[in-house]
Design a protein around this ligand. Structure first.
Ligand SMILES: NC(=O)c1ccc[n+]([C@@H]2O[C@H](COP(=O)([O-])OP(=O)(O)OC[C@H]3O[C@@H](n4cnc5c(N)ncnc54)[C@H](OP(=O)(O)O)[C@@H]3O)[C@@H](O)[C@H]2O)c1
Length: 287
């Protein structure tokens, strides 16, 4: 008989990759806001009572980085208290908790790739709420794995790749920031990395993204070159400051994946390879 796996945020960008990937190994129970509001402890208790999960992959989160600046309480409620409710329920039942963190817990000032043990100093309300989620995992006493990742894209939900292509096809001028460095990560690769880490009995915090590092500008250039090679599209580099976004972001926050590789024996593929495969698959182009 298969062990039961509860997936929260099952219809989100990441959850929608996790659910099909784990269906062979587990009996998967996907839930989302309509089935279980993670901020309501009674909702979480009911779902745990009904499903008695062996493992929980907790993808539900408040992810609107800029809106979080004017909805601090909501971001903290969903990411901080919501994760605490899930973690406490895991601790009570003895379920393994797998969840996801962000490079936005760092200030991006170290000048090198971020290690798991580096000091955190979030610059935004979203980053603070995700740090609260990490602390809730530790304080719950549950067995947990928290995978910090960054710059996710995928077929479901908001997506930088589709946003750039929509604007390019409409002939809009593309203005893209050139002063933030990180690494684009395909949510499918993250789901597979999650499976490898669970298989390796990994615990604590582990960093995962695709390989290498780049800027949003270089990412946008690759997207248009791959998807619309016949068009000559001008992309204007702009500074983050010029956009006057509500939330501050770390300027340099690639994630060091040494721990991930040591635990799994797997090296993440270069971000360009993952992005090209995604673009070819989702725009119908073949290489
Ligand atoms: N996207 C990124 O670039 C990125 C980068 C680093 C880390 N992460 C982390 O990766 C994880 C997955 O992110 P994602 O991009 O897949 O997020 P997403 O697409 O925004 O999905 C989040 C899911 O959580 C659900 N949700 C929101 N509030 C809830 C609540 N109170 N109770 C139950 N469900 C709720 C949402 O439902 P509704 O749609 O109905 O609201 C949605 O299905 C998160 O922990 C996120 O912080 C993401």
């Amino acid at each position: 008989m298969k062990n039961r796996l509860l997936v929260t945020g099952a219809h989100g960008l990441l959850g929608s990759e996790v659910v099909p990937l784990f269906q062979d190994a587990f009996e998967v129970v996907p839930v989302d806001l309509v089935h279980c509001d993670i901020t309501v402890a009674d909702d979480v208790a009911r779902v745990f009572k009904e499903t008695r999960p062996h493992t929980v992959i907790h993808c539900a989160a408040y992810t609107a980085v800029d809106r979080a600046e004017s909805e601090r309480d909501m971001a903290m409620l969903v990411n901080g208290q919501g994760t605490r409710n899930i973690a406490d329920a895991c601790a009570r039942l003895g379920s393994l908790l797998v969840t996801f963190g962000t490079d936005y817990v760092f200030d991006g000032k170290s000048g090198r790739a971020c290690l798991e043990e580096d000091e955190t100093n979030p610059l935004s309300a979203y980053g603070q709420s995700k740090l609260a989620a990490e602390r809730a995992c530790v304080e719950s006493g549950a067995s947990f794995l928290s995978i910090r990742t960054q710059w996710l894209y995928g077929a479901h939900g908001r997506n930088f790749i589709f946003a750039i292509l929509d604007r390019a096809k409409k002939g809009e001028t593309l203005r893209v920031v050139d002063d933030q460095t990180g690494c684009p990560t395909w949510s499918r690769d993250l789901a597979e990395a999650t499976s490898r880490l669970i298989g390796a009995n990994a615990g604590g915090i582990v960093h995962f993204s695709n390989g290498g590092q780049t800027t949003w500008l270089e990412f946008a250039r690759l997207i248009v070159a791959e998807a619309l090679p016949e068009k000559s599209i001008d992309i204007v580099p702009v500074s983050t400051a010029s956009l006057s976004l509500p939330a501050s972001r770390p300027a340099f926050s690639p994630l060091d994946k040494g721990r991930y590789t040591a635990l799994t024996g797997h090296t993440p593929r270069p971000w360009q390879d993952a992005a090209r495969e995604f673009i070819h698959h989702h725009t119908g182009r073949t290489s």
